[in-house]
Write a protein that binds this ligand. Sequence first.
Ligand SMILES: [Cu+2]
Length: 154
Amino acid sequence: MMIVTGLHWAAMPPSRVETVDVRTLHIKGEFVEGNLGTALESDGSVVVRLLAQQYSFEPQCIVVPANMPVTFRGTSSDAIHGFIVGTSNANTMLIPGFVATFTTTFPRTGEHLMPCHEYCGTGHEAMWARVQVVSQQEFLGQIRNTRRLSCVRR
Ligand SMILES: [Cu+2]
């Protein structure tokens, strides 16, 4: 029984059972490069889409508003990764083939580090991103000019 339940639970993704095809991640669908970053959806919700790969997150700098629910949707294109955002409760694993999703609210403005917290190979320690929490007003001002917002300097 322990072996059966062990195998059963080991095969389960940590958040929801939403799947995505790893082979076509980069060429079509939700996680293509141009669709990554923060979006203000037509219903007014804030959604961050991100991709993890050995050994970086895309985008590497994420902008979110304070005091608004923010939904993260992420996946991995290779190994098992994961992330936490500073000392907030944002914390998930990113498993190839599955979409990890959760919603959280950041109460204060400021910048957080977002390290990968699943050992994913030799470059693991260098795998991290930043999350900038800005005021709602600033966020709405910034996202007005773009379809997908990030704070990556180009
Ligand atoms: Cu990683």
